[in-house]
Design a protein around this ligand. Structure first.
Ligand SMILES: [Zn+2]
Ligand SMILES: [Zn+2]
Length: 273
């Protein structure tokens, strides 16, 4: 395991709470786990509400206040730990005004932008695995995903884009060169002043690879797009997992700094050695 000095110079900005119905452990337990690793700053980023018609894997509209209170409880339980209040908000083309309204309800430290849906299809759900494995037009699906991603990065709604190439989750990767798709998407991020998240959850999924790929991250670095870090913990023992590999990947792709957020103001910090 990496040493406490390593973690003390990093942050984990992607963790969930039981309020999303698919995570376990109170925020205070995540904070205790983070403290045990040596992290000094973390951030919660619960799934933001969506209108009726989508699945229920997120906060309900009337639970936003409960979520904020749970994070405040974690702050009381872990004095000395800086705990940021973030939210993971969907990019859903037709329902973006709703998402915007939800996001405006609180003064978040950061808004993580995620694309989990193509239309109403949650392509990230376990039930989608078979569809991906049998998919005959993989490149076209990736093209559609990065088109949504590009719109998200241009929307002005998000501070950092979560698990940037989530579309690879179940393993199949197009034979075509996808770098032009990455370049277009990242141009929007660079122009929109949006960071991209290095998310270690991919290591725990069938693809067994950090989000995003080195190919994606090299282009991001060339374009001057900042990075943030998140484990996407849905249980306390996932906090900070894979972070040594994440930092190694960032360095290999040319990065020397990463982003932290407070009240949506970004500052850059040196990567730990
Ligand atoms: Zn989740
Ligand atoms: Zn997500």
């Amino acid at each position: 395991m990496a040493d406490a000095g390593f973690y003390g110079r990093l942050v984990d900005y992607h963790m969930h709470t039981p309020l999303c119905h698919h995570a376990e452990g109170a925020p205070a337990e995540y904070a205790r786990r983070a403290a045990a690793l040596g992290l000094k700053e973390i951030g919660f980023s619960e799934h933001c509400p969506l209108p009726d018609g989508y699945d229920r894997l997120r906060l309900r509209e009337d639970q936003l206040g409960d979520y904020v209170r749970l994070v405040e409880e974690a702050r009381r339980a872990a004095p000395g730990m800086v705990i940021r209040l973030g939210v993971e908000a969907e990019y859903v083309r037709e329902d973006l005004p709703y998402v915007r309204r939800m996001v405006e309800r609180h003064a978040w430290d950061y808004i993580l932008g995620s694309v989990h849906y193509m239309g109403m299809w949650n392509f990230d759900a376990p039930e989608a695995e078979r569809e991906w494995r049998e998919c005959a037009d993989l490149y076209e699906k990736w093209r559609q995903y990065f088109e949504l991603w590009r719109e998200a990065a241009s929307s002005g709604l998000y501070d950092t884009m979560g698990h940037p190439d989530l579309v690879k989750k179940f393993g199949p990767i197009p034979r075509e060169d996808c770098r032009p798709l990455f370049r277009e998407a990242l141009t929007a991020a660079a122009e929109g002043g949006v960071a991209v998240e290095i998310n270690t959850a991919g290591l725990r999924k069938p693809v067994k690879e950090i989000y995003p790929s080195a190919a994606f991250l090299r282009i991001a670095c060339e374009m001057g797009v900042p990075i943030s870090f998140g484990s996407d913990a849905h249980a306390p023992d996932e906090v900070g997992s894979g972070f040594r590999q994440a930092v190694d990947l960032a360095r290999a792709c040319g990065y020397r700094e990463y982003a932290r957020f407070e009240k949506r103001r970004r500052t850059l910090w040196p990567l730990p050695a």
